[in-house]
Write a new protein. Structure first.
Length: 318
């Protein structure tokens, strides 16, 4: 199949480059951030490193939406939650979406599939999550964190039906790309498992401006994680959502992942450190909203959301 990547950022580059290089499929990148697309055109591709080493240029095809004339079988969407609505509007206005196309997304947070469903048939949407750490150093320069073949991700059809042939082909291409796909049974359970994980690691590392390995060195870090997980699980269970991992497994996942990616700053911190808006409202805020909708108050998550927004506001005084 042919793929189009919407959002040539950290994760968009990683999926596109690995599909192109390992699966041998055709990939086009659609980008709206001018410095990024112009840098790629200037240097003839994107510079790719892994864990800060072996930096090399990978030629790619990149386009503004208005200049694109291709017809991918599957769009892979990686935008920040706050940017997605405007991105999809612009892409649609450019005429790059077609009725026969599928859309796959493994973005952080929740809220994106409602927006994607406005442009793609529900039966052609594939949901995903990715335990994959990547850093965009700057325009046209990306760093894949973690060992080769260490990527891990899940996917599930948005319609909760059995995977059709296109979804199976997508799965096989992701496997060939060495992205470590696992097919899940239920998309909402799968996605919320990742959201509640990010609500611990991404948010706490951002609040205290630390790497994951530095966070886990604090003896009470697992206890902090469990407090947030307990609220998340309580809220989700009241909403009829049951995670793919237990509370104990989620705590252990934070410990294990923080040791494996000990030098990594999560994506929320990367946004915060560059003065950009964070996705906390779509992670901890989404969990807190889910709780309120089901007569449960996630007091810690609500407090954490306010703390992150306070820290964002305080940047003006530095």
């Amino acid at each position: 199949m042919k793929y189009g990547i919407i959002g040539a950022g950290a994760m968009g580059y990683r999926y596109g480059v690995l599909l192109q290089e390992n699966a041998g499929v055709e990939v086009d990148f659609i980008e709206t951030w001018e410095p990024n697309i112009e840098k790629v055109k200037e240097q003839g591709g994107v510079y790719v490193s892994r864990d800060h080493e072996n930096k090399h240029l990978v030629p790619i095809n990149i386009f503004y939406p208005e200049d694109y004339k291709g017809h991918p079988d599957v769009w892979i969407i990686f935008k920040k939650q706050m940017q997605l609505e405007e991105e999809l509007k612009r892409d649609s206005a450019a005429g790059i979406f077609h009725d026969d196309q599928y859309a796959f997304s493994a973005m952080n947070g929740m809220g994106h599939f409602d927006k994607i469903e406005k442009y793609f048939d529900k039966d052609k949407i594939v949901c995903g999550t990715a335990m994959i750490a990547t850093v965009l150093n700057g325009p046209g320069d990306v760093d894949f964190m973690g060992p080769v073949n260490g990527e891990a991700m899940h996917l599930a059809p948005y319609n909760d039906k059995e995977p059709d042939e296109t979804v199976k082909d997508l799965f096989n291409d992701l496997k060939e790309a060495k992205l470590g796909p696992i097919m899940a049974d239920n998309w909402i359970n799968m996605c919320m498992t990742k959201v509640v994980f990010n609500a611990v690691v991404n948010t706490l590392c951002t609040m205290f401006e630390v790497q994951m390995g530095q966070f886990i060195q604090y003896p009470k870090a697992p206890e902090m994680a469990r407090q947030l997980f307990n609220e998340s699980f309580d809220a989700c269970e009241r909403a009829g959502i049951y995670m793919d991992e237990t509370r104990d497994e989620q705590v252990q996942s934070v410990i294990d992942t923080s040791h494996t990616l000990k030098y990594h700053y999560p994506s929320m911190y990367q946004d915060f450190s560059k003065g950009r808006e964070t996705e906390v409202d779509y992670i901890n805020g989404y969990i807190a909203k889910l709780g309120r909708e089901n007569d449960y108050v996630c007091r810690t998550h609500e407090f954490v959301v306010n703390q992150v927004h306070l820290v964002e506001q305080m940047r003006q005084f530095k």
